[in-house]
Design a binder for this molecule. Structure first.
Ligand SMILES: C[S@@+](CC[C@H](N)C(=O)[O-])C[C@H]1O[C@@H](n2cnc3c(N)ncnc32)[C@H](O)[C@@H]1O
Length: 257
């Protein structure tokens, strides 16, 4: 029930129902392409190597699936995907695209920090800028661990730690591109409250490693993504010059013991 949602989840639902309109075009494009690509510079899977070599027969859960194009890519590679998202408007687009592409899989409206799915029911949990940044890591990572079978994999893409540290604290200018200075403290890095009422979470690497290990994960990789030369992005908060010098995104891969 909406009234039982934590306040940051309620804030993110309201904010994402507004932002959903800006994600329709990207969702349409991503559903239509067959080669997965990742992050705000659409770096091809062949360069990132984010996905397991085979997904055939995998039960997958996308945590914060938005328009669910990642799950569509997984389905086309032989997986049985399920998506969960907190925004009715994002799921509206996802359902329309499912119908247009004749590719349906279960989509749930809900909070990825506390899902309705059974223990050990998935082989892969994945999130590209979904639960991975919009959910409290101390809630969603234990929840992902609960959902995964032993040997299952957790893969998620987030903003790079350096990018978050170089993000200005000027509330009047939140969309300004990140600077080349450390604007925030590393110690106590955790919650980002934005002026539209949305809330993100980012942890220092040491805390993230500790949390994953506490939840029974073995860390397999931390892939720091570099923007390709001459690439562009529709997002104003980072310049390509910055993203050529420092990782504006990172992918974590961890396996449940
Ligand atoms: C940037 S989209 C991610 C989808 C897609 N990969 C993309 O990059 O467009 C972020 C999604 O996270 C969802 N989200 C935010 N908080 C959530 C929560 N507590 N549980 C599930 N989904 C959540 C939002 O509703 C939104 O659809």
């Amino acid at each position: 029930m909406e009234s039982e949602l934590p306040e940051h989840v309620k804030g993110n639902r309201a904010a994402w129902d507004v932002m959903a309109a800006d994600y329709v075009e990207n969702g349409e494009h991503a559903w239509a392409v067959s080669e997965p690509s990742w992050g705000i510079y659409s770096i091809p899977e062949s360069e990132v190597g984010l996905l397991p070599a085979s997904l055939s027969g995998f039960d997958t859960i996308e945590l914060g699936c938005g328009t669910a194009y990642v799950s569509a890519w997984l389905a086309r590679r032989g997986a049985r995907p399920v998506g969960i998202d907190n925004s009715p408007k994002q799921l509206e687009t996802a359902r329309r695209l499912q119908a247009e592409h004749n590719l349906t899989f279960p989509l749930h409206l809900g909070n990825a920090e506390a899902t309705p799915f059974a223990d050990a029911s998935f082989d892969l949990a994945i999130s590209e800028y979904g639960a991975s940044i919009w959910c409290d890591p101390y809630k969603w990572i234990p929840e992902a661990a609960r959902l995964l079978r032993p040997g299952g994999e957790l893969i998620y893409l987030v903003n790079g730690l350096l990018l978050m540290l170089c993000t200005s604290q000027d509330k009047e200018n939140e969309d300004a591109a990140v600077t080349d200075r450390l604007e925030r403290d590393l110690f106590d890095l955790y919650r980002f409250d934005w002026s539209d009422g949305s809330v993100e979470f980012h942890l220092p690497h040491g805390k993230m490693i500790g949390l994953l290990r506490d939840c029974g994960f073995e860390i397999e990789a931390l892939i720091e993504l570099q923007a390709p030369e001459g690439a562009t992005t529709r997002f104003p908060y980072v310049t390509t010059e910055w993203a050529r010098r420092w990782p504006c995104e990172e992918v974590w891969k961890a396996r449940k013991k």
